[in-house]
Write a protein that binds this ligand. Structure first.
Ligand SMILES: [Zn+2]
Length: 79
């Protein structure tokens, strides 16, 4: 049987807590990034009237609900 000191138990306990918090943080970042990319994929900015709208279809061209112009999908760049 090995001897366990109080300092060792505290160190192991803190290491386990820090590791679990770190992995939960990394998983939350990955899920949030994926959700953000999926959301941005459907946003289209009209080249004629600058109206930002959401088009969930998979077509290459999206029709602007405000002016009716057909727009190509482009990646929305965050400022
Ligand atoms: Zn438009």
């Amino acid at each position: 049987m090995f001897r366990v000191t109080l300092d060792g138990m505290i160190a192991v306990f803190l290491a386990i807590i820090l590791c679990s918090v770190f992995f939960a943080w990394v998983a939350a970042e990955i899920f949030q990034k994926g959700r953000e990319n999926r959301r941005r994929k459907f946003f289209v900015i009209c080249g004629i009237c600058d109206h930002v709208f959401e088009d969930p279809s998979d077509h290459d061209l999206a029709e602007c609900p405000r002016c009716g112009a057909m727009n190509e999908r482009e990646k929305v760049i965050e400022i």
